[in-house]
Write a protein that binds this ligand. Structure first.
Ligand SMILES: Nc1nc2c(ncn2[C@@H]2O[C@H](COP(=O)(O)OP(=O)(O)OP(=O)(O)O)[C@@H](O)[C@H]2O)c(=O)[nH]1
Length: 546
């Protein structure tokens, strides 16, 4: 714990973003000096008054990991709201380098001089002149300014998010080198140095758009790249010769300066500047969708090595987590071909297609998936309603999502099957169980009844879910998802088909991903769905975007 006595700068200060968390005591701020750590800045003053900003206040810093002493205060107020940083969408400006400048050069004097000494000098000069670079037709080639650096954006597997672009939104390539001339044309003159290309790495799956929303590139594969801004051309060099020599020199080169206005040709061209929108769409074979808290992250952690945040509150997941599904051992040597990538998307809520709960940002990540796994909390009050809500959101955002093969996972059956009741009552505990059994025999019997009822509930849930779908459309699952133009859904092109008109799920499985109940069955269904959507036994990689 560090004791400091800083002068608190007012909230308008540009150097720091400051949140007043509580009226009474806690302030949050982030400062460029300590960018990696959230520092909770706790003042001892009990009341916050505007004029006090000018005063020195004794404060203490505590690490953000340390338990807060005053977080319970509900009377909190945010003085300056930090803008939400979308990890998957950002605007940047890139500028290619300007071209380097050429030079205005004096031609070597080739006129005969009267003295012998001067004649010798002239010979040397002519020799030098003859070593000047010449074109195939014998005309002189004069040095040029260096080309400005281009800007290229490329897909790099090492990058996960676009967050870093929020810290740096402008990228400038270097300018080309000038012709390093002291004024006299000589064979030593070289072109200006060409500036290196500025290469900006972005995560695989990034879509690059220009300011008007036109897609410039979809960097779906590692190493894909796009030239977004061209560097400026270098300026040319001009020969400045006395009037009487002009005619003769013009036979040697076209770059003879005619008048003052020619000087602009010496300047390098400016590099292109462009404002770009970068949008990340995760590249995954399977997308996990569902309401918040349905257990999507737990599912991902159960079947892959991914370690997503799991907590008992909605919106634990704020950015898609990716996990790699191992190969199916039953395929023998071909098991690796059945590997797939799973994306756990943040929970969707009603109105997600309109952007509620950042829904549109999350929904866009489904574009590249081939199979959807719809996770439903079977222990919820109305799982069918929850299921319909998410399906409806998918339909409103992009009806094509509903055409994709999908399976429904009814999660938390450990709760819905009444096990929770039995466990929570200690019946299975070897010490307390017998006592409780004797004491609460009736209660136990009631619990078994509950379990049986819940089991029935599961099968009736499955039936109901299967009914929400038109089997005639399900016979031919689409082999690969088309990636429609984002604008089609953005324009609110609402479909007329109802949920019932879209295919039903390929299967409905009841599982408890937390307790590991029926995980194998679920994996089998996911793999079967992957196979089905490619029409082969070996699920291929993600289809290339159009
Ligand atoms: N009893 C039980 N609890 C579960 C099961 N699966 C998940 N949970 C719990 O449900 C809560 C939410 O789980 P998450 O995996 O974070 O849910 P999520 O759908 O990813 O939630 P968001 O991140 O908000 O979208 C956690 O407390 C889990 O422990 C299950 O099978 N049984």
């Amino acid at each position: 714990m560090i004791m400091v006595s800083p002068i608190i700068s007012p909230p308008s200060s540009s150097s720091s973003t400051l949140h007043l968390h509580s009226f009474e005591s806690t302030f949050f701020f982030s400062t460029p000096l300590l960018p990696q750590r959230n520092i909770r800045f706790q003042s001892r003053c009990n009341k916050f008054e505007k004029h006090r900003w000018k005063d020195a206040v004794r404060c203490r810093f505590i690490s953000s990991n340390a338990p807060s002493t005053s977080t319970s205060n509900s009377n909190s107020m945010t003085l300056m709201k930090e803008p939400h940083k979308y990890f998957d969408q950002v605007f940047i400006t890139v500028r290619a380098g300007d071209g380097g400048h050429g030079a205005i050069l004096n031609a070597p004097n080739t006129q005969r001089s009267p003295t012998k000494q001067d004649q010798k000098k002239d010979k040397d000069k002519i020799k030098k002149k003859s070593s000047l670079k010449r074109d195939f037709d014998g005309s002189l080639i004069l040095p040029m300014g260096g080309h400005g650096g281009d800007v290229v954006i490329y897909a790099d597997e090492g990058k996960d998010t676009l967050l870093e672009f929020h810290n740096k939104g402008r990228y400038n390539a270097k300018r080309g080198g000038n012709v390093d001339a002291m004024g006299v044309l000589s064979s030593l003159l070289r072109n200006g140095i060409t500036a290196p290309t500025l290469r900006i790495p972005v995560p695989v799956g990034t879509v690059v758009k220009n300011k008007r929303g036109k897609t410039l590139a979809d960097l779906a594969q590692p190493g894909d790249e796009v030239l977004v801004a061209r560097g400026g051309q270098g300026g040319i060099s001009l020969l400045e010769v006395p009037q009487h020599q002009k005619k003769r020199m013009m036979t040697l080169t076209t770059n003879v300066m005619r008048d003052e206005s020619d000087k602009v040709l010496v300047h390098g061209q400016p590099g292109e500047e462009i404002k770009l929108e970068l949008i990340l769409r995760v590249v995954a074979d399977v997308g996990l969708v569902g309401l918040p808290n349905a257990g999507k992250s737990t599912l991902l952690a159960a079947i892959t090595l991914a370690k997503p945040d799991i907590a008992d509150y909605p919106f634990t997941t704020l950015m898609p987590n990716l996990g790699r599904l191992g190969g199916d051992p039953t395929l023998g040597a071909g098991m690796y071909s059945s590997e797939a990538t799973l994306a756990d998307l943040p929970g969707l809520i009603e109105g997600a297609h309109l952007g509620k709960g950042l829904g549109r940002n999350f929904l866009r990540h489904l574009r590249r998936t081939r199979v959807l796994v719809h996770v439903v909390d079977a222990a919820a009050e109305n799982p069918i309603n929850d299921y319909r809500t998410v399906r409806e959101e998918l339909r409103m955002y992009n009806p094509e999502y509903l055409e994709r093969p999908y399976i429904v996972v009814l999660n938390k059956i450990d709760l819905s099957e009444g096990c929770a009741w039995i466990r929570s009552n200690g019946i299975l505990d070897p010490c307390t169980g017998p006592y409780l059994l004797r004491k609460g025999f009736l209660k136990f019997v009631f619990g078994l009844g509950e379990a049986a009822r819940a089991k029935n509930r599961l099968s009736s849930l499955s039936e109901e879910i299967m009914k929400i779908g038109n089997n005639s459309t399900a016979s031919e699952p689409k082999p690969s998802p088309e990636v429609p133009d984002e604008s089609s859904s953005d324009e609110g092109d609402l479909p007329e088909k109802a949920l019932e008109d879209y295919p039903p799920p390929l299967s409905v499985v009841g599982v408890s991903v937390l307790k590991g109940i029926k995980i194998k069955e679920m994996l089998k269904e996911i793999r079967a769905a992957l196979r089905k959507c490619t029409g082969s036994n070996e699920p291929s990689s993600v289809p290339p975007p159009p």
